[in-house]
Structure formats: structure tokens, C-alpha cells
Design a protein around this ligand. Structure first.
Ligand SMILES: [Zn+2]
Ligand SMILES: [Zn+2]
Length: 388
């Protein structure tokens, strides 16, 4: 069969099984589980993939809910990533139920039309995206070493081919002072909360001297126990983001200096806790993105033309994109409905949400068919990756 007929065939298989994939999306939605607690979700996905003839391995890289379902002996090694974690209180307000269901749809279609000689296909269950853990741990444990191409979709308000993601570092400052009666013996106290407040003020001053893409945001996690006790301990945590990792590291240094200065001013000790898991910015591969765009055109779907660097968050898919050519396009579930809200959660199982599952499944599967069949296409993508 030629590429065009194979693509038609893969879409036909996915459409004929659409109720199965939509059911998976809804089932995940009904039982949302937060990062590393996705036991039921992971089991549901693994069982499905086993029934579809994949070799399934679960409990990877020290994460019980991470899994790898693979099939095929030769051909390019393509990974379709399935996120599955939900948010505390909000449930599937990031729509990861759609991501997992689309991944299963694409894998099911590919299994039906391509042989074990055409493609080495892996569905990777990547937990705890919201905490920026799953993919980073899987990379560390070598699960991406034998992957040539990585792909996934993410639901969004619009249809994007690519979107920038910022690098992100996480910091925590704990200040240690001395307690005292705030009215009777204030001169005996050392106020740790003062250091926290000064840290925020110093960072607010720093903002004037940061580049456009830098984002610094924090919360106070400990601020004392009672107004009449001078706080002996106070703490705050910050995220520092920027478009490239050098800038993230430079900004982190300055933010730490703000906290150290604040500690000196308040007479406190400060403990700086830096999370070793740094999220990398997303490395866009134009040739790979173009491959996905071609599939959308073939499906008759219009892409929303919006600047890629607007309204950016961060994701551990950024780390994957640094080591393997990756796409992370967005499937639309409702204009004006933004992620991490109750309305987004509801939309993830609406008719539009269900449509997004099928769009993601079909477009990913079609792109994978083309990758499997067209060595020139693979070369374009890997060459760009090597040279960028
Ligand atoms: Zn999210
Ligand atoms: Zn998400």
C-alpha cells in the first residue's frame, strides 16, 4: 500500500473504534488522580494496550504509574506519550484524559495498518506532568535513549501546531529567626517573616531589570503562627521561568541573592532549596511540525494562527524535546476556555472534547505512518534536530 492509502486506512480504523477511545477519556475523567497517584488510570491504559497486542511494562524509573507499551522489531522508533495526571480539586482541568485517549487511538490505528517490520512503536505512560516529574525521571532512567521521534497532543482552547514552553526552575527559601513576645519583648525577636516580605520586595524591584520572557512568581508557605509571636520560621517558594536555560540560571542566581539580602537585613539565617528537576524550554522542530500540519490539512482542519510565544507555561515535554525530535501540538476543545479551570475540565468530555480525542489520534497516527514510510521525511527532521 502507498502512504496515502495507509493513512486512509489508519483513519478508518480509528473512526471505527472511536467509541472505545472516547470511553477511555471519559473513564479517566470520572476518576481523576493527581501526579504519581494515577494507579487506576495507568491500569486502565495498560489493560487496553495489552488487549491490543502490545508488550506492556509498568512501574518504570521508580514511578509505579509509569508504563511502556511496545510493539515492532525494525523501522523507526516512535514514541507516543500519554499523560494521565489530574489537578488537585479541579480534576482533569488540563485535559490529560484527552492526551491518553488520543495516544491509545493512534497506537491502535497504527498497530492495525503497519507491521512489526515497519515501525517500532512505543506508548509511554508519563505520570505527574503537572509536577514536572514523569518525563524527567524517564529520561534519566534511559527510556528515551532508543526513541527516534516523540509525539503527543495536548488539549487547548485553539488548534496549534507548535507553542513555546518556558524553561522553569523551582526554589524554596526557609528563613530562621528567633521567637519573642511581639509586644512585651520585641527587641529580643528576629523576624523571619520580615525576610520573606523583603524577599518579595527585592524580587519585585528585580523585575524591572529582567527580559520580556522572564517570569518570577511565588507564594508564602509559612508565615508564623500567631500575631503576638515574632515568627521564628517563615518560608516561601518561587518558580523562575525564561525562554532559555541560561537565562533561567542567571535569574535564579539573582533571586537567591534577593533572599540572601533579605535574610541579612532581617538578621535571619536562610536555607536555599533548589529543586534539581529543571524543566527545559520546548525545542521546536519545524520539519516535524510541518509533518503534523500536513495531516491536519488532509483532515480538512484549519490551524489557528497565533504567535507561538504567547501565554506560555512550562512542561516536562520540553526536556524530551531537547534530546529527541518532538511535537506537542494542541487540539481544540473550545475557544476562550483556558486550561486549569472548571470549564476546561467540563469541556474535556464535551462533544468537542471527544472530537479532540479523534483529531489527535488520527493526526498523530497519520504523521507516524508518514515517518515510517518516508526515509527522506525522517532525515529532514533529524538533520534539523542535529543542526539546531
Ligand atoms: Zn496543566
Ligand atoms: Zn497539561
Amino acid at each position: 500500500m502507498d502512504v496515502a492509502s495507509l493513512k486512509d486506512a489508519v483513519v478508518k480504523v480509528i473512526r471505527s473504534r472511536e467509541q472505545d477511545f472516547i470511553a477511555i477519556s471519559h473513564e479517566l475523567f470520572k476518576h481523576p488522580e493527581t501526579g504519581l497517584q494515577e494507579h487506576r488510570s495507568s491500569e486502565l491504559l495498560c489493560k487496553f494496550l495489552k488487549r491490543e497486542g502490545f508488550r506492556v511494562q509498568y512501574g518504570l524509573a521508580g514511578m509505579e504509574t509509569a508504563f511502556m507499551a511496545s510493539r515492532g522489531d525494525t523501522g523507526p522508533s516512535i514514541a507516543i506519550l500519554a499523560e494521565m495526571d489530574a489537578l488537585p480539586e479541579l480534576g482533569h482541568a488540563c485535559g490529560h484524559n484527552i492526551i491518553a485517549a488520543a495516544a491509545l487511538g493512534a497506537a491502535t490505528g497504527l498497530r492495525a495498518v503497519l507491521s512489526n517490520e515497519d515501525i517500532r512503536l512505543t506508548v509511554l505512560g508519563t505520570p505527574a506532568e503537572e509536577q514536572g516529574i514523569g518525563k524527567i525521571e524517564l529520561i534519566k532512567a534511559g527510556y528515551f535513549d532508543r526513541i527516534d521521534f516523540a509525539m503527543m497532543v495536548h488539549p487547548s482552547s485553539r488548534r496549534y501546531i507548535t507553542k513555546a514552553y518556558l524553561g522553569l526552575a523551582r526554589l524554596k527559601f526557609i528563613f530562621f529567626g528567633r521567637p519573642a513576645h511581639a509586644s512585651a519583648y520585641p527587641e529580643e525577636g528576629i523576624n523571619a517573616l520580615d525576610a520573606v516580605i523583603q524577599t518579595f520586595n527585592a524580587i519585585n524591584a528585580l523585575r524591572q531589570q529582567t527580559a520580556q520572557d522572564v517570569r518570577i512568581h511565588g507564594i508564602i508557605t509559612e508565615g508564623g503562627t500567631a500575631p503576638n509571636i515574632i515568627p521564628a520560621r517563615a518560608a516561601c517558594s518561587f518558580y523562575v521561568r525564561a525562554m532559555d536555560l541560561d537565562r533561567v540560571h542567571q535569574t535564579v542566581k539573582r533571586v537567591i541573592a534577593c533572599a540572601q539580602g533579605a535574610a541579612t537585613a532581617a538578621g535571619c539565617e536562610v536555607e536555599v532549596v533548589e529543586d534539581p528537576r529543571i524543566m527545559a524550554p520546548f525545542r521546536i522542530n519545524a520539519a516535524f511540525s510541518e509533518l503534523y500540519a500536513i495531516q491536519l490539512q488532509a483532515l480538512g482542519l484549519q490551524v489557528d494562527e497565533v504567535p507561538v510565544d504567547r501565554n506560555c507555561g512550562s512542561s516536562d515535554i520540553g526536556n524530551v524535546s531537547q534530546i529527541v525530535p518532538t511535537i506537542h501540538p494542541h487540539v481544540p476543545i473550545g475557544l476562550g476556555i483556558n486550561i486549569h479551570s472548571n470549564t476546561f475540565a467540563e469541556a474535556s468530555v464535551s462533544p468537542k472534547g471527544d472530537q479532540a480525542v479523534l483529531e489527535g489520534a488520527c493526526a498523530l497516527a497519520m504523521a507516524a505512518v508518514e515517518l515510517a514510510c518516508d526515509p527522506e521525511c525522517r532525515q529532514r527532521i533529524t538533520e534539523e534536530f542535529r543542526n539546531s
